[in-house]
Every structure is written in structure tokens, then in C-alpha cells.
Design a protein around this ligand. Sequence first.
Ligand code: SF4
Ligand code: SF4
Length: 301
Amino acid sequence: MVGKHSAVKRCKWLYESLIHDRPCYKQKFYGIKSHQCIQMTPSLFYCTQQCLFCWRAQSGDLQIKWDEMKLPSWDSAEEILQGSLKAQDAILSGYKGNPKTNWRKFSEALTPRHVAISLTGEPTLYEPLGELIHAFHNKGFTTFLVSNGTVPSKLAELSEEPTQLYISVCAPNEEVFRRVCRPQVPNAWAKLNETLSFLPSFRCPTVTRMTLVKGRNTSFVDGYAELVERANPTYIEAKAYMHIGFSGLRLDYDSMLEHGEVYDFAVQLAERTGYAIIDESVESRVVLLSKREKPIRFEHR
Ligand code: SF4
Ligand code: SF4
């Protein structure tokens, strides 16, 4: 926990990178370094949706209920930045005792350079989000912001854009959206569509991220294609749901697609959108599509 409502969690890929020299797919695609990445959220308990595939504990999962839209008084961006750096330091300290740690990478990891503002919750609910992004940029970080797109007013008025903006698009139509993403706010589908409509106005690279759950949201590819046409993102990431965390209470193991099934979905999407498959990561079951030949890479010093 960082302050009252933020959190940092060690990403599995930070571990894999330091111990087994296996970086995450975002390092493969975009050049950010897994071992120098902080995975954090400023909105640990708050979200506008209760997606079936979400790994976070949602209200009711642990016989504890809370109103996920009853927002707190917010900690300042500077407090969250400093708290996140401290938390990452504490996380890294354990690797000193691991004989398998790659020491060159470990010393680089002590100076994190990238932050994934995602983890859990909806980050656009955090009021001074633009200030938080600015605070990280000011420290020399690249920032990837992941939003479910249901707070368009907030995205439209962001005082500073992230380095790359992800919008989750996990349903091809409103009916599937209601069943899979389980919105907790009125007009969430219309709001997501509004966000997609102004996505082309962002200067930073944009991504529509599709988390695919077998038998739940993989049909109606035409619907996805229409949403992509509206958003005109720099990239599409089609990715299999992973059976981890609290999603195990809502979905079974077989809900995960094989990589080949994700690839087939991506081929169908490519045929309908004019986007091409430009990369993939079999171990993460993700396929990258774009109109660019190669992704933009953000190398760190
Ligand atoms: S970019 Fe995401 S997957 Fe990669 S190390 Fe950071 S939090 Fe983990
Ligand atoms: S939008 Fe993200 S944090 Fe919210 S329920 Fe869905 S997956 Fe979880």
C-alpha cells in the first residue's frame, strides 16, 4: 500500500527479468525495461466496472463489501510518486539475497525508469491523474496508462498525456459489455464509445487492448472492427485472459484461450480493419496489430 488508496505490486516479469532474463512482452514490443518498471495504481479500491476477468478483489469477493464508486479524499501526486519509489525499493531489496539475481540488471533496477499505471482499479478516478503523470515524467520516467475508458471527461482534460495510452475494449457490443465488463456506472458503454471517438486526438501512441475470454467475448469480430475504426489506435493488443488472482472465483481455467486462438482472432480483426499483425508473444498469448511496420520503442538509459 502507498498512502490511503494507491499500491505498488511486484510484477511477475520484474522477477522473471532479474532472475531468468525473461522480459515482459511490453519490453519486446516497446522497449521499456521490465526490471526498471514500477507496476502501480492510484485507485486500488475504486473502479467503474467489475469485469469477470479482473484479477483484483472486487467488492463482495472476500465477504467484504464496499462502494467502489465512493471516492476518498485523494493523496497528492507527489506523495504517491515518493511512496511508489519507496515501495519499489523495498520490493527490490529482497533480490539481494537471491543468488540467481542478475547483478547488472539489479543495479539498473534500483533506478526505475518506467511506470505502468494500471495494476487494479480505474486510474482516471484519481482526480489529479495528470499531475501524477507529470510527476513521473519529471523524474525521467516513461508512463503507460491503462484505462477502461468509462470516464471520458477525465481523459479529455488530462493535463499531461502519458507516454502511451491504453483503452480496454473487451466487448464488441453493449450486450456483451454488460455481461463481461459489468459496468457500475450509468451509460458506461456510451462513455467508452465517447472515449474511443476522441482517441485520435491524443498525440501519444494509443492502444486498444482486448482481453479475450473463451466463449464470452470472442465473437462478433465486426463489432470490434467498428470500434477500432472509430478509435484509430496506433496499436491493437489482442490478449488471452489469464486465470489468475480473484478472476478464479468468476471464471474457470478453460476460459483462457490458447495463443493460436488469440492469433486466429487477430487474423479476423486484421482482415476487417486493415491493421496488420506486426508482433506477438506466445508465452503471454498476445498479438500486436498496427498500421505501422514496427512499434515505437522507448529505450531507457
Ligand atoms: S510493463 Fe507491465 S508486464 Fe511489463 S514489467 Fe511493467 S507491469 Fe510488468
Ligand atoms: S476495468 Fe480493470 S480494474 Fe476495473 S474491473 Fe475491469 S479489469 Fe478490473
